[in-house]
Design a binder for this molecule. Sequence first.
Ligand SMILES: [Ca+2]
Ligand SMILES: [Ca+2]
Length: 170
Amino acid sequence: MIRPSALVCLYVFMFLQGQVSLQKTDITFAINRQEEYFFSDNLKANWFGAFQHCRTLDKHLVSIRNDEERRAVINFLDSTGYTKANKEFKLWISGNDLAEEGMFYWASTGERLTYQNWRSEEPNDYAHDRCTGEDCVILEYIDGAGRNYDYTFDDRPCIRQFPFICESIP
Ligand SMILES: [Ca+2]
Ligand SMILES: [Ca+2]
């Protein structure tokens, strides 16, 4: 038997899942395209919208599975000028534990998230309210804040609006 409160959460989730909301932010540069990645600081979406938008470009929301891929993403962001213009940011990546709490996978590849790049105390599935935990992963950077915010992972509510990075998967 499903409790009424659980039903409300389910409806909210279904509504959000179908929602694609891309919002404009301050433009510091035009859309950047490279062979492997796509990023625009002109686009923000919740995690589902980000996932969907990448697919419309025949790409996937990015996965960062090891040091090498993390470094490649950092180099790419540097090349767009975004890191120069923004001293801190949060970006959606494809990691999530939507299917089973605490079991993180990369949505783009289907692989388990095994790369230990979490900020300390994360992932914590923080309960923001009765319906909102944290099931989607961001890449976070804060200039001068040390190793803990140096392109590290944190789980956040999937409904939040953040910019995102897409990648081509050969
Ligand atoms: Ca979670
Ligand atoms: Ca968290």
